[in-house]
Every structure is written in C-alpha cells, then in structure tokens.
Design a protein around this ligand. Sequence first.
Ligand code: PLP
Length: 482
Amino acid sequence: MTASAPQPAESAAFASALELIGAVEPRVAAAIRQELNDQRESLKLIASENYASPAVLAAMGNWLSDKYAEGTVGRRFYAGCQNVDIVESVAAEHARELFGADHAYVQPHSGIDANLVAFWAVLAQTVEAPALRDAQARHVNDLSDAAWETLRRELGDQRMLGMSLDAGGHLTHGFRPNISGKMFHQRSYGTNPTSGLIDYDEVRQIAAEFRPLILIAGYSAYPRRINFRLMREIADDVGATFMVDMAHFAGLVAGKVLTGDFDPVPHAHIVTTTTHKTLRGPRGGMVLCKEELSEHVNRGCPMVLGGPLPHVMAAKAVALAEARTPDFRRYAQAVVDNAAALAEGLLRRGVTLVTGGTDNHLVLVDVSAHGLTGRQAEAALLDAGIVTNRNAIPCDPNGAWYTSGIRLGTPALTTRGLGTAEMDAIAELIHTVLVNTQPAAGPDGNRSPAKYVLDAATCGKVAQEAANLVAGYPLYPAVDLG
Ligand code: PLP
C-alpha cells in the first residue's frame, strides 16, 4: 500500500458509503471518517494489527451480510445460499492452496472461535464417547440431560498442554481463567530463563509426564520461530494431537518467510489462525486441518459458532487471493526485515529485548531496566505519538496488568511502506522516551506502577518526529475523502 495518486473509483466508493451512512446516523459517519484520520496520523506498532486493502474493506460492506447460512457449502440449514456457497468455496480454495492444507474452514468469526472449533473437533474425533457421537448427530440443544452428563464426564478428563501466558502463549491455550482451562486439565511449558527460548527438551519431558490430548504451539508475544517438526515429534511420542495457533504469524507462512520446520501446516494435525493480523484480511478466524478432522471441523457452526458472516467470508476470499501474489511475499519478507532492523536499532542503543532479538514480526522489550512498568512505558510512548501495547515478559514480577514489557510489531507500518531506515529512526524515538520517562508517586505518596513523568519538551519533540515519519507514508493513499 505504498503511496500512489488518489484513485477516483476508491475515493468515490468510500465517499458514497459515508454519505449513505451519514444520512441515517451522522455521528457514525463522522466516527468512521475520524478513524481514518486517526489511523493515518498514528505510528502504529501494535503487533496484532494491520491495514486491510480497500478491496477487502469493500467486500465486507454489502448485502452478503443479509444472509443466514448455518451449515457448510451445499449443506445449509437455510435456503437460498447459492451465492454464499460460492464465496465460502472460493475463500476455502484460496486457503487450501495458499497454505497447502488438506482442508480449510473459513467460518470462524475470530481467532478464539477458531480455537474453540478446533478443540471441539479434536475432542469429537478422539474421544469416542457415545454422548459425543449423539451430540454430533443432532443439534446440541436436543441432547437429553443424561446425555449432557455423560458428555461432561467424558470430556472433563481430557488434557491440554500449551505455552504459558507470560512466556508469550495465548489465553485460549489452557490459561485457567479462560474456557480452555476449564474444558481441559491444563499444564503449560515456558521458556528457558537464560535464553528466553522454548526448551524443546523441557516440552518433551512435560508432555511425557502429562500425556495431553492436545499439544498446542503458537503465541501472541514470542519473538522467535518455533520448530514445528520437533513439536510434532513430541506430540507423536505421547499420542497427542498437535495443534498450532498461527494467529500472529499466518502472514509470514502465507508469504513463505516461515518454511520447512517453521511452517506449521505440514506438521500439525490442525492449525488455527486469525485473518486480520499479519495475514492482512478482515477481522476473523480460520481452521486448516488434515482430512481426518475435516468432518468435525465443518460442524463448527452451529455446534460452536453462531451463523457464519458471509460478507466477512467474502473479504477473507479477497485477502487470501491477495496473499497469493508476489507482492504479498515481498511484504511478508519486509515485515521480518523491519522487525530485525527495529530490534537491532534498540539493542544498539542499550534497550533490553526478551530473547535478545527477533526472527518474526514482533519485538518484546523489557522496560524494567529503565525503572518502568510496561503500563508506564506504554502510556509515555502513547503521549509521544507511538502506539504500542504493554505485555508480560517471562516470569513477570509485575503480572499481566502492569507488566514489565512492551510488545512492538511491524506488520502495520510495513503495509504503509516504511522500511529498515525508518525502523532505526523509530528505535531512536522509543529509546528517547524510555530514558526520559521516570516513575512517579501515586496519590498516597508511594511509587505507583501507573504514574510517570515525561517532560513536555521531549514528548513534543518525539511526537513531532513520529508524525513526520508517518506523514511520508500515507495510509490508504488512493482514498481521498476531501
Ligand atoms: N490466538 C492468538 C495466538 C492470538 O494472539 C489471538 C489474539 O490476539 C487470538 C488467538 C484471538 O483472536 P481474536 O481476537 O480474533 O479472537
């Protein structure tokens, strides 16, 4: 999405849509307009966000939204789904071919929903409980109380092993307060305290002891590649189903940056993802799996999911078509090159990084050396025009709310066209904020994990430089709303 002259077609399409919306509810039209302005002015380093193309956005705003389409292609609970069938088939075909998957299910509304579909499918395929077979044969709501009891008893004994939250795993990978930690007996693996890397021998040892039904790999905040071949070997040794949640790095898999041992699709039995992070599609989820799981995955709606969103499946089809182009491969490589340049720039200036660097799209900064919590660093950076999010680091003494880290990601700025030279300039701005921010006392006079002081002159100077940087790389350059 590098700079180009405004395209009359794109400008006209979005301007007309806003006019239509504004005629009914002007406050909503104004908020949408303002969102574009805000995004254009923001130096966004949120690792989980991106900018979808105008074609992806346009695919979502239409009458496909009006259809109910529970079921799957050719087997719907509603009549009149012939066009939804086309859209869903095209999206699934692109997904299968792009990722080399046996089967693709493109209905999940989000990454968490995709994980729930996957958990259910693995349970259904591996736990041959009579009540479960009954549940599949009929609508879940039809189950008798006795059948539900059997189902609960038999499912309740299953185990899940995933990466711990503070090592970078996701809350749906068995974190106790999450439904996944309630559906399964749960244990987690962390990272090596010295290197910050996954210790595969430790994973092997825990798996041998715990014997999970599902071994999950994947992360929200781990700045390194994972060797999925090794993880599959561990799963096979203990008879576990190997699941990968590639929500964060699907775009790097699609763009052929993560290949061989680092591409999860050939190694995992089942792979879930979001479609809106590095993959740069609409907000949504997707499941890829081996053929033997496909029947259970296809029961996602209405077993686990509400009715599919046909307009979002259309946008997924468009995004997946885009991800099959050489342009997207160049983009994925640039995301990783930019993250490496950002990490290198920070390290050179003395900033501490978890694992000492990155080989994916994200960088995890340990701000404790600056005497700050993640919350203080996040807020100070935001004051200075740099949008990040605070994140726990392994064994974080400040917990998941205040944290000791900030997570930085390059997918969004790379879409705008920023390159490695700009990443070095951003490293300088981040370093300036971190060394000039001091923790401050709360109302009770004690040091507060949230309060901080950043002098106005430094803050203003960094904000101006951040604004200048993004101004050179216009967002949605083809859209001019006047
Ligand atoms: N899985 C991982 C690894 C994630 O990082 C996230 C979101 O951040 C999700 C799942 C959930 O995605 P969603 O917000 O679309 O439900």
